[in-house]
Design a protein around this ligand. Structure first.
Ligand code: UDP
Length: 328
C-alpha cells in the first residue's frame, strides 16, 4: 500500500515508518518538525508541512498516489494541554479536519488514527476494555476523543475504513538503538529514570506515593513502541469499509513507578535516586489495558511483555544517542 504517515518523524511515527517499510509498503512522511526529528526518517521520503496547509497536503497525496493515511501528527502532553488548551484543539482537532478534507478531495478512505487511553479518564474498572465509558479529564484526551467521533461519522456517512488505536504507555526504542524517544522537554518516566540513574539529571520525583495501589505509586501498562507499530500496520491491512474499529493496545500487565525504578536499576546497573513529590494533576491510579479485542480482530499481541526487556531497548538507545538526535 502507498501510505502517508503524518507525524512520521515523531517517536511512535518513526518506528511505524520503519516497520511499514520492512513489510513492503511504500511510505511518505508528512511532519511539520515542530516536535519530530528529521534524523528519525530518511530525507527522501520526508515532506515538511503542516496539517493546516491544505495545498501542501493535496500535493503530497497526489504526487505519491496515497491510498491510506496513518495519522500521528498531534501534540501529546497532558500538562501542556491543560495550560494551553486552544493550541491542542487547533492542532489536534482542526488539523485533523484539514487532513480529512484533503483525504476526501484525494479520494483516500482509509485511516489509522493514533488515539490514547487518556480518552477513558479515570476508569473505575481495570483492565480497561473498549466499551469502558470514555470520559477524558484533560484537553489532550478530549481532542483525541473528538477525532474518534469525527472518524466514526466518516465511516458511517462515507463508508471510510478507520481504526482508532488507544495506546497505553508507549515505551522502549528500536532494539538496534538507531531510533528512539527524544522529547523536549522530556516528561516520560522511563527516559527520566534512566537520566537520573546515570547522574545526568536531578533525582526523579515520584508524583505521589499515596495512591490506592500495592506500593502507593501509580500503575501503568508500558507497551513497546515496535508492538504499537505492528498494530498500525495490521489495522490498515485488515480495514473494513464502513467500520470504525476501536482497539486498546497494551500488554495487559501493569507496573508501578517503584517497579519501573527497580527495573531501570537492574538494566543499567545504577540505582535511580528519587524523591517523593505531590500527585500530578490528572493522574489516574491505575491504567491497564485489556487487548483481547486487538488479538481477536488483528491477531495482534504484544511481543515485548517483560518490562526489563522494554527498558533494555530504551537504555540501548540512550547509550548510542546520549543527546538524542542531536548527536549519536
Ligand atoms: N511519573 C513520575 N515522575 C515523573 C514522570 C512520571 O512519578 O517524573 C509517573 C506518572 O505520575 C505516571 C507514570 O510515571 O504515573 C507514567 O508517567 P508518564 O508521564 O511517563 O506517562 P503518562 O502516564 O502520563 O502517559
Amino acid at each position: 500500500m502507498r501510505i502517508l504517515v503524518t507525524g512520521g518523524a515523531g517517536y511512535i511515527g518513526s518506528h511505524t515508518v520503519r516497520h511499514l517499510l520492512k513489510h513492503g509498503h511504500t511510505v511518505s512522511v508528512y511532519d511539520n518538525l515542530s516536535r519530530g526529528h528529521s534524523a528519525a526518517v530518511n530525507a527522501s521520503i520526508l515532506t515538511q508541512g503542516d496539517l493546516l496547509d491544505s495545498a501542501r497536503l493535496d500535493h503530497v497525496m497526489a504526487t505519491n498516489q496515497i491510498e491510506a493515511v496513518i495519522h500521528f501528527a498531534a501534540f501529546a502532553q497532558v500538562g501542556e494541554s491543560t495550560k494551553n488548551p486552544e493550541i491542542y484543539y487547533r492542532n489536534n482537532v482542526v488539523g485533523t479536519i484539514s487532513l480529512i478534507e484533503a483525504m476526501k478531495r484525494n479520494k483516500i478512505t482509509k485511516m489509522v488514527f493514533s488515539s490514547t487511553c487518556a480518552t477513558y479518564g479515570i476508569p473505575t474498572v481495570v483492565p480497561i476494555v473498549e466499551e469502558t465509558p470514555q470520559k477524558p479529564i484533560n484537553p489532550y484526551g478530549k481532542t483525541k476523543l473528538m477525532v474518534e467521533w469525527i472518524l466514526k461519522d466518516m465511516c458511517a456517512s462515507h463508508k471510510w475504513s478507520c481504526a482508532s488505536l488507544r495506546y497505553f504507555n508507549a515505551a522502549g526504542a528500536s532494539p538496534d538503538g538507531d531510533i528512539g524517544e527524544d522529547h523536549s522537554p522530556e516528561t516520560h518516566l522511563i527516559p527520566l529514570a534512566i537520566a537520573a540513574a546515570i547522574g545526568k539529571s536531578k533525582p526523579l520525583e515520584i508524583f505521589g506515593n499515596d495512591y490506592p495501589t500495592p506500593d502507593g505509586t501509580c500503575i501503568r501498562d508500558y507497551i513497546h513502541v515496535d508492538d504499537l507499530a505492528n498494530a498500525h500496520r495490521l489495522a490498515l491491512e485488515k480495514a473494513i469499509p464502513g467500520e470504525h474499529l476501536c482497539l486498546n493496545l497494551g500488554t495487559g500487565k501493569g507496573s508501578s513507578v517503584h517497579e519501573i525504578l527497580d527495573a531501570v536499576r537492574e538494566v543499567t546497573g545504577h540505582a535511580v535516586p528519587f524523591s517523593i513529590g505531590p500527585r500530578r494533576e490528572g493522574d489516574p491510579p491505575a491504567l491497564v489495558a485489556s487487548s483481547k479485542k486487538a488479538q481477536l480482530r488483528l491477531g495482534w499481541e504484544a511481543s515485548h511483555k517483560n518490562i526489563r526487556d522494554i527498558i533494555a531497548t530504551a537504555w540501548r538507545w540512550h547509550q548510542s544517542h546520549p543527546d538524542g538526535y542531536k548527536k549519536g
